[in-house]
Design a protein around this ligand. Structure first.
Ligand SMILES: [Zn+2]
Length: 274
């Protein structure tokens, strides 16, 4: 999204608003699919989010990432759809077929698709509060500060949730991530919780000395090296998880129609002020 598009949309330019919505829709839909318990709810929540965005855009003051602000709207849209269903367990949604390119090596491609599906299932199986932090921070790539703001948490609380979620996720997919590595689950007496230490390092919580000590240890301890590598693979895979979920064409059309109904004027000029 280009720099001044958001500002022009805030000033009431219809074309700019359409661009903002087009640019935001895929991320909103992905996040709604992680929060809602059915595809139908995810699509409804996506539409609600974008209608609410178009009506409340002036409330975004530029503090923190725009996407973080939009995700706040998505969270409340999803919780409205969830109301009364609190006791129903989260059922991981089936992923869309198609759009996966057959690379030069179909076998490697199939393995990588399978790994991504395994990771998606593991993310969807996390408790809701862990699923949200992983999604915002490691899949969508929000900063810790922005993710904390979106979730209404202190930065400390966000980080501690994130560390637990990363460790949980790595455990869940560890067997699939450890190809070619030494045994990853041995207990190391020198660094009893390496995954936590690595996660803290990523969030800027470790001192320079502590980092250097850990790196030196990982270089000489095969078990810790392997564990370190599985976390690195996991986080790389998380970043690619966002590419994978196309927005259904029918949903795009539905949102466009709903927005047009909301704004009968098709003027591309900002409203004139008296
Ligand atoms: Zn070790």
């Amino acid at each position: 999204m280009e720099g001044d598009v958001l500002l022009r949309a805030q000033q009431g330019e219809a074309d700019a608003l359409v661009q903002v919505i087009d640019a935001t829709l895929p991320a909103v839909y992905r996040f709604a699919r992680r929060l809602c318990r059915s595809e139908a709810d995810a699509q409804d929540a996506t539409q609600d989010t974008l209608l609410s965005l178009s009506q409340n855009l002036s409330q975004y003051q530029g503090r923190g990432a725009f996407l973080g602000w939009v995700f706040m709207l998505t969270r409340s849209a999803c919780s409205r759809h969830r109301r009364g269903e609190k006791n129903r367990p989260h059922e991981p949604l089936a992923e869309h077929e198609g759009l996966r390119s057959d690379g030069p090596d179909p076998e490697a491609q199939a393995q990588s698709d399978e790994l991504r599906a395994t990771l998606q299932h593991a993310i969807d199986s996390l408790p809701a509060e862990q699923r949200e932090v992983i999604w915002l921070r490691d899949v969508e790539g929000l900063s810790g500060e922005d993710a904390a703001q979106t979730l209404g948490l202190s930065l400390e609380a966000l980080k501690s949730r994130l560390h637990r979620a990363r460790a949980e996720l790595r455990r869940a997919v560890s067997a699939r991530l450890s190809a070619g590595l030494a045994a990853t689950e041995h207990v190391c007496n020198d660094v009893p919780d390496l995954v936590l230490a690595l996660s803290q390092k990523l969030e800027g919580e470790l001192s320079k000395n502590a980092c250097a000590e850990m790196e030196a240890h990982v270089a000489r301890c095969a078990g810790c090296h392997a564990r370190c590598e599985t976390l690195r693979r996991l986080l790389n895979l998380c970043k690619r998880q966002a590419d994978d979920q196309p927005v259904p064409a029918a949903l795009r059309r539905r949102i466009k129609t709903a927005l047009q109904a909301l704004q009968p004027s098709t003027s591309t000029h900002p409203p004139t002020t008296r």
